[in-house]
Design a protein around this ligand. Structure first.
Ligand code: NAD
Length: 350
């Protein structure tokens, strides 16, 4: 079979550490294994636009592996061109870069390696909450610029203890974040269409707030942990942001598309939001003039939170296992299915 993998360029870093797998040079370490079985494995980082290598490879691709960190966008148009495509594997978590309805209509199975990097993301979110509250970035910038101005940092630096932190979405990542926040003695709230159950609420010390706007009005920090779906796209527009407490912070490692880009810029620049941090953008990579690069009080990074070396190892192992099952005609673990062979789309995307 022809297997295509879309990964970012590892360049000089690719040879530095054999555990660095999420790059086009390593291709998750799957090449020898795939080729030993007679499959062809094509690797590319060139994913965007009609003249990209991905576009050229698509017509006779059987299996396409993409990753949310360097998303090969699989649009309805591309699915139409990919006449041989049988399986789309998301090497990571979050398959919103794929037109799931078009995949379902074309009889293409979509699988993701659910759960592989949820700890990595939750840890990163905790770091971002602290970075924002302690006003870390201006201090770091001063030092690298040869300056020293304590007042600039501490006139708006807070402890996490005693603050109200809410997660919008309390699935795998949201729950791990709540668990990690508990020892900081803050007030924990969550909003989710499903309850996590009384037992877990008690263990985590978290209270469910059934109304999103009410949660926003209570929180000093809001962390987003919902998938990007037709229902959540643009969830945080100007109106929604206005429900937040003045000076509150947002951490968003979920997806850039949850936000109205300009509304976030306006809220950060006016000081209505105390700050915004996250690693997800649309599109990825974002253009050089993306306004989130230049807005006030941000602590943005490239898409890194779910791609620690530990996570990369789990992503590679899960992808290999998924391919092996596919070649043998076996089913995947049920939580891996985003689009089942019969066209059913996973509940988190409906
Ligand atoms: P999950 O499916 O375990 O949890 C998602 C939660 O959101 C569920 O509890 C669900 O009930 C809730 N939800 C979904 N739609 C909702 C809606 N409309 N209203 C209210 N609640 C809703 O997913 P997860 O593993 O926790 O991951 C969450 C998201 O994080 C992923 O979809 C992905 O976009 C993102 N993610 C980012 C990275 C990264 O590297 N930045 C890595 C992994 C995942």
């Amino acid at each position: 079979m022809k297997v295509v993998g879309v990964f970012l360029k590892g360049c000089k870093y690719a040879t530095k550490n054999p555990r660095f797998l999420l790059n086009v040079e390593a291709g998750l370490g799957l090449k020898p294994w795939l080729e030993a079985q007679g499959h062809h494995y094509h690797l590319t980082h060139d994913k965007d636009g009609p003249n990209s290598e991905l576009e050229r490879l698509l017509p006779d691709t059987d299996i396409l592996i993409t990753t949310p960190f360097h998303p090969g966008y699989v649009t309805a148009d591309r699915i139409q061109k990919a006449k041989n495509l049988k399986l789309l594997v998301t090497a990571g978590v979050g398959s919103d870069h794929i037109d799931l309805h078009a995949a379902a209509a074309a009889g293409i199975t979509v699988a993701e390696i659910t759960g592989v990097n949820v700890v990595s993301v939750a840890e990163d979110e905790l770091m971002r909450v602290l970075i924002l509250l302690r006003n870390f970035v201006p201090g770091w910038k001063q030092i690298t610029a040869g300056n020293w101005d304590v007042a600039e940092v501490i006139h708006r630096s807070y402890d996490l203890e005693g603050k109200t932190v809410g997660t919008v979405g309390a699935g795998r990542i949201g729950q791990l974040l709540l668990q990690r926040l508990k020892p900081f003695n803050c007030n924990l709230l969550y909003y989710d269409r499903n309850s996590i159950g009384e037992q877990l609420e008690k263990e985590l010390g978290a209270i469910r707030e059934p109304d999103l706007d009410t949660l926003l009005s209570k929180c000093d920090v809001v962390v987003l942990n919902v998938p990007l779906t037709d229902k959540t796209r643009g969830f945080f527009d100007k109106e929604r942001l206005s429900k937040m407490k003045k000076g509150a912070y947002i951490v968003n490692n979920a997806r850039g598309g949850l936000m109205d880009v300009d509304a976030v810029v306006e809220a950060c620049n006016s000081g209505y939001l105390g700050g915004y941090s996250g690693d997800v953008w649309y599109p990825q990579p974002p253009p050089k003039d993306h306004p989130w690069r230049y807005m006030e009080n941000h602590a943005m990074t490239p898409h890194i939170s779910g791609a620690s070396l530990d996570a990369q190892w789990r992503i590679a192992a899960g992808t290999k296992d998924t391919l092996e099952k596919f070649f043998k005609g076996q089913s995947f673990p049920k939580e891996y299915y985003i689009v089942k062979p019969d066209g059913q789309i996973a509940p988190q995307y409906t």
